[in-house]
Design a binder for this molecule. Structure first.
Ligand code: S2G
Ligand code: ZN
Length: 456
């Protein structure tokens, strides 16, 4: 049992009751043991520093906890670790209109940053279904992507500065919000995507941008998956897309069964593409749409006529994750270069069908940035453990298809516990050795989220 916590934290900021341990000791995964020894709720950088120094002195481990929306077990505490929740470090500290910068604490909810930007007539463009509960610190630690990457990039692209408490209790300020800073290694980028294994992000300076024009949403019916890439190329050649997503008919049926939404098209088709673009580009979008129909790539389409209809069309895509959650899906979050996606999905589809003939498979994701979400749904009559083992056993074949195309076994959800043992399918031996060396530099006593991301 970690000692010294009671001297550092008041009773309201230090919890050991079973309910708190269960609630804060996990993320959205459900296949890992949840067994922290305590949860602490620091309210200042100084408290975080004191905690990290105590962890080094008393040799106990820390697991960072943000919105707990992670999908790879990165925030799961399964071995008596102390969970560090940033729920009470959730404020906006500073805003500069001239710099278009917000300085905030790590626990700021993503949706609150989006709302603040809107109040200032600006825009924070990284968005995904969990933005109502995910926290900026967690988004940074997993380099969260979401649905607007095709136009605005990933979280990494919006981090102008970071304040981090390293695994040895040092406070470092990275980049200080500068646009240009050519003074050696940009340490900021080491902490983005590090999943709390090098230190704890306590504050961030996040960039904002100009708000886009009103957006228009289109959903297209695409019978043959490889044609989706031709549709993407046709639209991208003509206008700036804010999003280009896809989902399968099976994914759609799960959403329609779970949510009170309408089918987007009169007839069902194997795949759907969801596009978003600036309303002033509508005429050009319509001419591209007509071409895609003439080419036979698209059978039908719908264009949003109101903000409500645009939101309903988006709900068909963003509601997938929540709609399939009751099937405790085995999730794959894969990426390859866009040019390779057609052959890749065909190879993986065939592999999945051969490996899991009795399992339902849902495909969806961000075609516009090469990211596919392959979710295998657990049959109701199959034990969770047996299901997980069968899926885990086949993963190497799927990851081999990724490796052979220099793809990634984790496009945006991070590695955590779920993908840790497969990291070699994407990272080379020397990569892994360098990452382990960096871990020793920043976290010499291995107190920072041990067992996550890096293979043992
Ligand atoms: C998505 C959300 C998480 C999931 O919908 O794009 O990243 O369930 C996912 O895969
Ligand atoms: Zn995604």
């Amino acid at each position: 049992m970690p000692h010294g916590l009671d001297e550092l934290f008041s009773a309201r900021a230090l919890k050991r009751d079973p309910d708190t341990l269960a609630q804060w000791g996990c993320d959205w995964t459900r296949s890992f043991t949840v067994a922290p020894s305590a949860v602490v709720f620091p309210e200042s950088v100084e408290e975080v520093v004191a905690l990290v120094r105590l962890a080094n002195e008393s040799a106990f481990a820390l697991v960072p906890s943000g919105g707990r929306t992670g999908l790879s077990g990165g925030a799961v505490a399964g071995n008596g670790e102390v969970v560090v929740s940033f729920d009470r470090m959730n404020r906006i500290l500073d805003f500069s209109e001239a710099d278009r910068l917000v300085r905030c604490q790590a626990g700021l909810v993503t949706g609150a940053l989006q709302a603040f930007a809107e109040e200032k007539g600006l825009y924070y463009p990284v968005d995904f279904a969990s933005s109502g509960s995910s926290q900026i610190g967690g988004n940074i630690s997993t380099n969260a992507g979401g649905i607007k990457v095709i136009r605005y990039g990933l979280t990494r692209d919006w981090v102008a500065g970071l304040k981090v408490v390293t695994g040895s209790g040092e406070v470092i300020d990275c980049n200080q919000g500068l646009v240009k800073n050519a003074t050696g290694y940009d340490l900021r980028h080491l902490f983005v995507g590090a999943e709390g294994t090098l230190g704890l992000v306590v504050e961030a300076q996040m960039r904002l941008t100009r708000a886009p024009a009103p957006q228009q949403v289109m959903v297209l019916g695409v019978p043959a998956f490889p044609d989706i890439l031709k549709v993407l190329a046709a639209f991208q050649a003509t206008l700036t897309l804010s999003a280009f997503e896809f989902f399968s008919e099976r994914a759609l049926t799960k959403v329609l069964a779970h949510r009170d939404l309408q089918r987007p098209l009169p007839e069902s088709v194997p795949f759907y593409a969801l596009l978003e673009f600036d309303e002033p580009d509508m005429d050009r979008a319509m001419s591209v749409f007509e071409r895609t129909v003439e080419e036979g790539w698209v059978t039908d389409g719908v264009l949003s006529q109101s903000e409500k209809q645009a939101a309903d069309l988006w709900a068909l895509r963003e509601g997938i994750s929540e709609s399939i959650a009751p099937y405790t899906p085995y999730k794959n979050d894969l990426s390859v270069r866009i040019s390779l996606m057609g052959e890749f999905i065909e190879e993986v589809d065939a592999l999945v069908a051969a490996s899991y003939p009795d399992f339902e498979v849902c495909w969806y994701g961000h075609i516009g940035d090469g990211n596919l979400h392959l979710n295998i749904l657990k049959p109701a009559d199959l034990d969770g453990e047996a299901f997980y083992e069968r899926c885990h056993a086949i993963s190497p074949k799927i990851f081999e298809a990724v490796r052979s195309r220099n793809g990634s076994i984790s496009a945006e959800h991070g590695v955590g516990l779920l993908k840790r043992d497969f990291l070699g399918f994407t990272r080379s031996e020397s990569d892994l050795a360098i990452m382990a060396a960096l871990k020793r530099v920043f976290d010499p006593n291995q107190v920072m989220n041990p067992g996550k991301l890096l293979p043992g």
